[in-house]
Ligand binder design. Structure first.
Ligand code: MN
Length: 421
């Protein structure tokens, strides 16, 4: 076990009971305040440790980092240090926050910290490329049952490779950003011609995404065994989808305008190092995979996931409880498959999991499945029902791992839906 994960560690900085951000977590993000420009920070309890301030004050001198590393509006350069060097920074932060260490506590103390309530969070990375997988077997099966053949829900390729497509990086936004209902073309089977207008079937997709930390050469590949050395950490990911636009447009090249109007991410990147104690086995892969997709060890993660919908001015209803461990294809297999043809990757690229549905109806990760194509509306506590997401609704996703009294959380990704233009 890494020393930073020790459940016995405590910080001199108070961490409220049930906080997502104890000293064992230390996720990285970009924040600003009324008086400071966007810069790197680490979450601790309900505060943010200002890494730019720590760097200027000499606390990282022994690590030989570049002077401006944390005084930047994105984390790409820091993440690009690689997992080992970034891990050293995280260990140093753990040391500085440790209960028994007076070094920071007694000299600068609260000068190095900002209350989360006084900070704005920003996109943590500049995203060059974004890929979306389709790796939950329950989700793929549910979609296949609803839109194709219930007897042959999975397409023939599904258990042989992690299906994915290239998404749009420019419209990835940070939690709290409002999302405009998209306009577009849709056509029901009983209509002769398509109509144009606001999507009538706006949906969320409960996903997680990993962020890569290396720049590889075109023509090279990453194996399942060293995939972890190319991954910095995870965020929560809401892959907003317009199902009516998708149904009409997706053949034969896959999702396009139904997906590229927005995807929302949580602001804190939780490192693979912090998640190490929560590695677990994934579902049994009952079709033998090709050698480049074989892997060893536990490559999945036990991360509880939740989705809530808060109507305009109303209280939130939790509509889904799922878990990342249901993923059939793990991140090592996803990255190995993505690069087996020589596709290069870059620092700050985002790789989303695909909708993460569990085996039971209350664990389905989209309205499409929860309301089963509109046939089983979800009852809300204010007396209304939902088949799809309505204008004014805020969709909130949360994620956390918990073991031995330690909670490693992601905070949340939320987004309010505005009426179409
Ligand atoms: Mn998706």
């Amino acid at each position: 076990m890494q020393e930073t994960n020790d459940p016995k560690l405590t910080s001199w900085m108070p961490v409220p009971q049930g906080s997502d951000f104890p000293i064992q977590n230390l996720p990285f993000g970009i924040f600003s305040t009324a008086g400071t420009s966007p810069r790197a920070g680490v979450a601790i309890g309900d505060h943010i440790l200002d890494l730019s301030f720590l760097s200027e004050s000499g606390y990282f001198d022994q690590l030989g980092l570049s002077q401006r590393l944390f005084d930047q509006p994105v984390l790409n350069e820091f993440i690009g240090l690689g997992r080992k060097r970034a891990g050293e920074v995280r260990r140093r932060i753990s040391e500085l926050l440790h209960s028994d260490n007076p070094e920071l506590r007694d000299s600068h103390g609260m000068d190095a910290l900002v209350a989360m309530s006084e900070a704005n969070m920003h996109m943590p990375v500049s995203v060059g490329d974004y890929t979306d997988f389709y790796s939950s077997i329950e989700h793929a099966t549910n979609i296949g049952r609803m839109i194709r053949d219930p007897q042959n829900a999975l397409l023939p390729n599904w258990k042989h490779l992690p299906v994915g497509y290239h998404g749009r990086a420019s419209s990835i936004v940070v939690s709290g950003t409002e999302v405009r209902r998209p306009n577009g073309q849709a056509k029901n089977p009983d209509e002769q011609v398509p109509r144009f207008g606001p999507s009538k079937r706006l949906d969320f997709e409960l996903e997680m995404a990993f962020i890569t930390s290396t720049k590889t050469t075109l023509g090279s590949s990453i194996s399942t065994s060293n995939a972890k050395d190319h991954i910095f950490g995870f965020v929560l990911f809401n892959d907003w989808s317009a199902r009516d636009l998708q149904t009409w447009e997706y053949q034969p090249l896959g999702p396009f305008l139904a997906k590229n109007f927005a995807s929302s991410i949580s602001p804190w990147i939780v490192t693979l190092d912090a998640l190490e104690p929560f590695r677990c086995d994934g579902p049994v892969q009952d079709v033998k995979v090709l050698p480049y997709l074989e892997y060893s060890g536990s490559r999945n993660y036990d991360i509880q996931l939740q989705v809530g919908i808060a109507p305009e001015g109303g209280t939130e209803d939790v509509v889904c409880n799922s878990n990342f461990k249901y993923m059939y294809w793990n991140i090592a297999q996803q990255l190995a498959h993505h690069t087996v043809n020589g596709c290069n990757i870059n620092i700050g690229d985002i790789y989303a999991s695909g909708t993460i549905s569990g085996p039971t109806p209350d664990s389905y990760g989209s309205m499409f499945e929860l309301a089963w194509k509109g046939t089983k509306p979800v009852q809300m506590s204010d007396g209304t029902e939902r088949k799809w997401i309505e204008d004014g609704d805020t969709v909130i996703m949360r994620g956390w791992s918990e073991k031995n009294g330690v909670r490693i959380g992601f905070g949340e990704v939320s987004g309010k839906v505005l009426p179409a233009h």
